[in-house]
Ligand binder design. Sequence first.
Ligand code: NAP
Length: 544
Amino acid sequence: MTDSPNETSAAISEREAGIEKFDAIVIGSGVTGLYSLYRMRQLGFSVRAFDDASGVGGTWYWNRYPGCRFDSESYSYGYSFSDELLQEWDWKEHYSSQPETERYLNYVADKFDLRRDIQFNSRVMSATFIEAESCWEIVLQDGSKARGQYLITSVGSFSAGYVPDFEGIDSFKGITSHTRGWPAEGIDLAGKRVGVIGTGASGVQLITEIAKEVAHLTVFQRTANYCAPLRNGLIDDETQKQIKASYPEIFRICKETPGSFMHEFDKRSAMDVSPEERLEQYERLWAEPGFKKWLSNFHDVMVPGEANEDYAEFVRNKIRERVHDPVIAEMLVPKDHMFGSKRLPCESGYYEVYNQDNVLLVDVREAPIERITPKGVKTRDAEYELDVIVYATGFDAITGGLINLNITGQNGQTLKDKFAAGPRTYMGITSAGFPNLFTVNAASVGNFVRASEPLIDWVGETMGYLRDNDFKRIAPTIKAEDAWVKHVNEDGANILRTQANSWFVGANIPGKARALLTAPDTAPAMRAKRAEVTANGYEGFIVE
Ligand code: NAP
């Protein structure tokens, strides 16, 4: 190949150095990454996805711990972009297990021939904006590079697992695993003494499942959670037909609800009806599967205030009813945070686990973990001897996965420095000084698939606009970004999600600045905001 007279010297050296160039580089091949790939291809862009995993699935690839499953309805979680796919795929359970979800995502990858544009086992070590070429250069672990005009970080909200920095952590002689990164071949827990640290959604699912087989289980709980029965079940043939016939309606509801789930709030206030009527509704919804218990309930159950506390007390009593020993029951009853201020785990027999003779609940707020020893876990009060320690200790959510990519924008500014006091974005998805970077993982709200399809559609539309108008780059103005950050902080201050110490506000990671990591807005409001920005000629952006 000879040099083209129009080719810049940087482009020539890049070609000679064997650096492949794409219109878009996608990082991750989970739910959002796969759709990014599909959509960009459909729009005629050249695209490659890079993933450090050996297969597709993202969250559903990495979280293979026993008990891992959806807690939103399977049929509300699948992609909506292909009718054929919707009609072909049979969800087996109302709340799909991890293996089935991973199978689904593999099926999608095969059906749309996505694998040919995914480079697996390829960890992105850094991403740097190349000013002269208006593009991003990524460097992989093996030192190879690729360039893309656009960089789409489909790395998910929970890709950076967090293990507390316990003293002596490497001295343990038994087996350890975080819930994320659970070995594909599994861990043989039968007959073993297992300790689980953490009782968030992952811990709750795992504990319930492994309590069936371990010799002894010790649960180290720092904060009790509000958990509600999932009430999962198999989907029979008749229901399968009904679901397939109802997809337009399912997606219509999801489109209109705040978190894109298929449940609509009761517009009445809990406090406007009689106590009897209120309780009747609480009980009726409690008997229903999934999130209906709160997302179809009186709307103010999910707003800080009297109704929220009323419902919290209802849930506390439900926990008390299920645990035989009243002392253990009180340990499991949350009293230090509002219902819904932390993500609410759904469970299938979690509380009954504590009625088993071989299960011990240890309160590590009262007696904190002091160190990990060769034999197990040492708290202030005792040493617990274990064969296996499971860290169900969560994630450096949303920004952790981004910061791990070592992203450097214009003038050498790193995203890590820029986000030191909390995310600084415009609409969660773009950041001043980081042109053509779409942080889609930081812009999702609620049900991830429902949120990510319109998000990626907006990215594609924006890229199309630049292509059609011969523009090279887009980035928000500092003014638009400042206004957005102010909006997130001010409007987020009074919502449930900012009222507790959780990953929602980065409070689960020591030293991480406390700031709402997502938009405080509903999914429809976010879509409307993006549409308005586009309709106003990319208001708040500099397009060059
Ligand atoms: P998480 O909700 O952040 O829970 C982490 C747990 O580890 C908490 O109980 C926490 O206690 C505990 N912990 C952390 N550091 C500790 C320490 N130094 N000592 C003792 N305990 C410690 O993480 P997660 O359970 O992995 O869930 C994260 C998110 O993933 C969920 O909120 C949800 O959005 C998603 N998820 C969804 C599903 C699903 O069903 N679809 C399943 C799993 C996860 P504190 O509460 O005191 O901090």
